[in-house]
Design a protein around this ligand. Structure first.
Ligand SMILES: [Zn+2]
Length: 247
């Protein structure tokens, strides 16, 4: 059963109620130790994907018991989300209603860094070969000559765009519309998921437009500014630019 992904419409939801649809002790794909995982009818937790880590937080039972969610992953079928519970937790059973509480400071940092990568990808004019986001840093890999990567220029150019303070927008297009505009896909290693009939794009007016299913800030001014912490050669087609938030 598909999980209703509330974060897609509103990335700022910090809590919500949900009902347990399935509870399993088996771990999906050999991830870190956990008591098992829950499928819920709806969720505010973003599952690992597109370089953005899965959310963490708590679920609260009617009796007040708090159970830590240590990670969130995609399920085997389209649009199912698995919430991994801390090892040693009691596993709530199907039918139980719970309150979800997101680790908001962590997620907000991820949203700011994620959106910053969109902006930076418009300053470094080269194909993106990879990327990753963590709560304290983020990176993009580019297929570019090392001599063309200047930390001060990337930092200055990115912060100049961030200072424009424009609102971000979510746009949906069909698979066919995307096929007609292949230039929208900047990330060579990650093709947007097909088969659902429509694809979600992030538009930063005047700056960027590309397929992305992640969570972003409403206005790029919320990023506050970035610094380039490292530029490194990671291979012939992977020149890595790592950034952190200014504050
Ligand atoms: Zn994105």
């Amino acid at each position: 059963m598909a999980t209703e992904c509330l974060f897609r419409e509103d990335a700022y939801l910090k809590s919500a109620t949900a009902r347990v649809v399935a509870a399993r002790v088996v771990e999906p794909g050999g991830v870190e130790p956990s008591a098992g995982y829950l499928e819920l009818d709806r969720t505010i937790f973003y599952p690992l994907g597109g370089g953005q880590p899965g959310d963490t937080g708590f679920l609260v039972r009617k009796n007040g018991e708090r159970i830590a969610i240590v990670d969130t992953r995609k399920g085997e079928t389209h649009d199912t989300v698995l919430h991994l519970l801390a090892a040693g937790s009691d596993l709530p059973q199907p039918g139980e209603t719970l309150t979800l509480e997101l680790d908001w400071p962590r997620r907000h940092a991820l949203m700011r860094l994620h959106t910053a990568l969109h902006v930076m990808s418009c300053v470094v004019m080269a194909p993106v070969t990879g990327g990753n986001i963590a709560p304290d840093k983020a990176r993009l890999d580019f297929d570019i000559d090392m001599t063309l990567l200047d930390a001060a220029k990337i930092e200055g150019g990115t912060n100049e765009l961030i200072a424009r303070g424009v609102d971000t927008e979510t746009v949906w297009i069909t698979d066919a519309e995307l096929d007609a505009q292949p230039e929208l896909v900047k990330t060579m290693s990650v093709q947007p998921p097909r088969g659902a009939g429509r694809i979600r794009l992030l538009r930063i007016p005047g700056i960027d437009l590309q397929p992305c299913g992640g969570t972003h800030v409403k206005n790029i001014a919320e990023i506050g500014g970035i610094r380039v912490t490292r530029i490194r050669n990671e291979g012939r087609r992977n020149k890595r630019v790592e950034i952190a938030l200014l504050s």
